[in-house]
Design a protein around this ligand. Structure first.
Ligand code: SAH
Length: 353
């Protein structure tokens, strides 16, 4: 990507790509690794920060190249201090949300892959203004690095431990950039993150689910199910018309077969829409024989949508029904409802302002 000054943005390049970008400068090969580590692991936002590079080289590089990093436009901390939501703005003014969740097992972040979303799910805030554009690999990675830098600055050895690709956007509709991001996260000159610590969530883009299974990356797959049959699912998720639920489940089973990894089905609980006994029964029969678990997510009500969260009693009942019928089930612990943690809510507020 070119900036206004026509400097090439190197943030998001792999080591090999960086080596190529550095050829005009005739630097020894090890410089590329140094520069990559500076920008990905050591918080450098400009060449001036890279103190083990000769001063003249720093100036030369700074005149021709740029390290594109987003600005933090807004930051909201939950009252309990466990959840922080960031609104990050890129050079062209596009802003996206990322969330940090300080969990007992480590720091987990949730990144966006598109500005807005075109899926049109009935319960979701991200899609209310449609989709602005896909994010680049560098822009997705910048969310992780911005938060990692912040954790490092806090001291106490904090870092990003796990990543969920569950922010705004449909990651499998931005396949190449998302895969580039996942592979970069894993590199030792970036965060050296194990693939098992990365989870991708999809609304069920069937061809790319098969493609992902073929990549040979043991990342975790979550599938947004939200209804136990095609008719209700289509009402909630229009994409289900194009990729029917049955096909999505087939692709998820294939993913589990190939990767030997349990797939998680996300199921938002919406009061008197999909949380009744009939739906519980259907969901149980759908899950029979699958290497899968169900993650129940009591809906984060979005003001523009008229869908409500079930009572605690209904949520407990639904969970209990699945458990007694031998379905692996978890209920998503609530984090950050006081800071508009439902995907897209913070961005929408800024779009309105
Ligand atoms: N497009 C991908 C990833 C982004 S959505 C997908 O559909 O999976 C990430 C998760 O947040 C999905 O399971 C989505 O259904 C859920 N989600 C969206 N809006 C929500 C809301 N208002 N309350 C609770 N969960 C929501």
């Amino acid at each position: 990507m070119e900036t206004l000054l026509n400097r090439k943005d190197i943030f998001g390049l792999t080591l090999a790509e960086l080596q190529e970008a550095l050829t005009p400068f005739h630097v020894p090969r090890y410089r590329a690794k140094q520069i990559a580590e500076w920008m990905y692991k050591r918080g450098a936002v400009s060449f001036a920060d890279m103190t083990n590079l000769p001063k003249q080289l720093r100036e030369e590089l700074g005149a021709a190249l740029v390290i594109g990093r987003p600005k933090t436009k807004d930051r909201l901390d939950s009252v309990d201090g466990h959840t922080t939501k960031f609104l990050l703005e890129f050079a062209d003014g596009t802003a996206v949300e990322s969330v940090l969740m300080r969990q007992p097992y480590g720091n987990s972040i949730c990144v966006s892959t598109q500005a807005g979303c075109s899926m049109g799910c009935a319960f979701c805030a991200s899609t209310l203004h449609g989709m602005a554009r896909n994010l680049t690999t560098g822009e997705i990675l910048a969310q992780a690095i911005t938060i990692n830098d912040m954790l490092r600055a806090e001291g106490q050895g904090g870092k990003v431990d796990t990543v969920v690709i569950m922010g705004s956007g449909e990651p499998l509709m931005n396949y190449d950039h998302v895969l580039g991001f996942i592979r970069l996260l894993h590199e030792d000159y970036v965060l050296g993150m194990g693939y098992r610590n990365i989870t991708l969530s999809t609304s069920g883009i069937v061809p790319q689910m098969y493609q992902l299974a073929d990549e040979g990356l043991p990342i975790s797959l979550s599938v947004s199910l939200h209804a136990p049959h095609q008719e209700l699912r289509t009402e909630l998720m229009p994409i289900s018309r194009k990729y029917p639920m049955e096909e999505v489940i087939k692709a998820a089973r294939h993913y589990a077969d190939v990767t030997k990894r349990r797939v998680t089905y996300e199921y938002i609980l919406i009061d008197h829409v999909n949380d009744g006994e009939e739906q519980a029964r259907e969901l149980v029969s759908l899950m029979r024989g699958q290497l899968a678990s169900v993650n129940l997510i009591p809906i984060n009500p979005v003001a523009e949508r008229h869908l409500l969260r079930p009572s605690a009693a209904r949520i407990d009942w639904f969970e209990h029904y699945l458990t007694t019928h031998h379905v692996n089930v978890t209920v998503r612990r609530e984090m950050g409802t006081d800071i508009q943690a439902a995907c897209g809510q913070l961005r929408n507020q800024h779009l309105q302002d």
